[in-house]
Design a protein around this ligand. Structure first.
Ligand SMILES: Nc1ncnc2c1ncn2[C@@H]1O[C@H](COP(=O)(O)OP(=O)(O)OP(=O)(O)O)[C@@H](O)[C@H]1O
Ligand SMILES: Cc1ncc(C[n+]2csc(CCOP(=O)(O)O)c2C)c(N)n1
Ligand SMILES: [Mg+2]
Length: 342
């Protein structure tokens, strides 16, 4: 009899994480939150520390034929800072681990680190360690970020309540559309190396893909306005998929409105040019690294006039389900069709 073999694709990335978590035991009362949020939360004196790690692999997360190494370095840091922001914490330190094949020179590693150091400067964090090894399969970068907050400031995925308002920062879909443009220009170049890529027209969307920004500005503004989100996470896999995580963790439902979804004009026009539905890009495009959060209605007036926070819907009872109200007024069931690793 052959042993049972289950393909990872049968349970998916999140199914696999849940499966692993079943056998993981928490031993310390200082571990306030383990697996299941954007970062772990650890008690540390009168504050808490948050700890998060994200891995970037050549061929999966970036393609060096169009992503400059300095941008890859910046992005590796920014995506981790984004997870610290998603806990409503302030980042303080990072560690950086790299695996390099013999294709990389000292100058190439310097280029990567110019981006890492620029991001450390930009987000005000110290690079305090890491690891360096050989790789047999291209460049691998793993960053761990550590942040701080007061215990009561931490925003978990699990705190959304019925009637809370659902907020999204910035605009969505740009990183996916930018990726499609970069891939298109790569194909054109590969079929005819004399062709120069035409990228000037697409600078906003390609920048969204190559050099994303973590929304620490919003975290500082929320503190000034004395607003603590009832729940929060960052948008790395796509808005719809992230809403499903908030619903599952908070045991709630959501209703969002198509006409409230934020999309940039260049993202919209480029999506149409590529034959993509702009709303699908907003709902399912990954890597925008904007913040998705919920607020109590009492805090609405404090944020109402903010130019970069959009109110896209409200939290409902779990049994009311997850719905998108289209421009024509019909309620369609929301589907989580974000980025899939498996
Ligand atoms: N292999 C693993 N072992 C233990 N915990 C894991 C593992 N992979 C992920 N996790 C944990 O599972 C939770 C969800 O991880 P996930 O990567 O989806 O979140 P995220 O970091 O917000 O997303 P992204 O990687 O897109 O930024 C986190 O708490 C994370 O630390
Ligand atoms: C070359 C190349 N191919 C595909 C993509 C798209 N992509 C990769 S990972 C991811 C989601 C977040 O991943 P994670 O959850 O691991 O942080 C997305 C949308 C890309 N950026 N570059
Ligand atoms: Mg996250």
């Amino acid at each position: 009899m052959s042993e049972k073999r289950t393909e990872i694709s049968e349970i998916g990335e999140f199914g696999l994480i849940d499966h692993l978590n079943e056998k993981i035991k928490i031993r310390h009362t200082s571990t306030l939150k383990g697996i299941g949020d954007d970062a772990a939360v650890i008690e540390s004196g009168d504050h808490v520390k948050v700890v998060t790690t994200d891995l970037l692999l050549e061929g999966v997360h970036f393609d060096l034929s169009y992503a400059p190494l300095t941008h890859v370095g910046f992005k590796a840091v920014a995506v981790n800072i984004s997870d610290v922001a998603a806990m409503n914490a302030i980042p303080k330190q990072i560690t950086v681990s790299i695996a390099l094949s013999n294709r990389f020179s000292v100058e190439a590693v310097d280029a990567l680190y110019s981006g890492i150091n620029a991001a450390a400067d930009h987000y005000g964090v110290d690079v305090v360690g890491g690891d360096t090894t050989a790789s047999r399969s291209g460049l691998v970068i793993s960053v761990t970020a550590i942040g701080e907050a007061k215990k009561e400031q931490i925003a978990y995925r699990s705190g959304a309540k019925e009637n809370d308002i659902i907020c999204v920062t910035g605009d969505l879909g740009g990183a996916l559309v930018g990726l499609q443009i970069l891939e298109r220009e790569k194909q054109v170049f590969m079929s005819n190396p004399d062709m120069k890529p035409e990228l000037e027209k697409y600078q906003i969307v390609t920048a969204r893909q190559l050099r994303p920004e973590a929304r620490m500005d919003i975290i500082h503004e929320l503190r000034e306005l004395e607003v603590i989100p009832t729940s929060m996470m960052d948008i790395s896999d796509g808005l719809a998929s992230e809403l499903f995580h908030i619903c599952k963790a908070s045991k709630v439902g959501v209703t969002i409105y198509e006409d409230k979804l934020p999309i940039d004009k260049q993202t919209y026009d480029t999506a149409v040019e590529l034959g993509l539905d702009p709303i699908t890009c907003v709902l399912n495009g990954g890597e925008d690294y904007e913040l998705l959060f919920t607020i109590d209605q009492k805090d609405f007036l404090k944020l109402e006039k903010h130019p970069d926070i959009h109110f896209i819907g409200h939290v409902t009872k779990e049994e009311d389900g997850k719905y998108l109200v289209t421009k024509s007024g019909t309620a369609a069931q929301l589907k989580a069709q974000g980025w899939k690793h498996f």
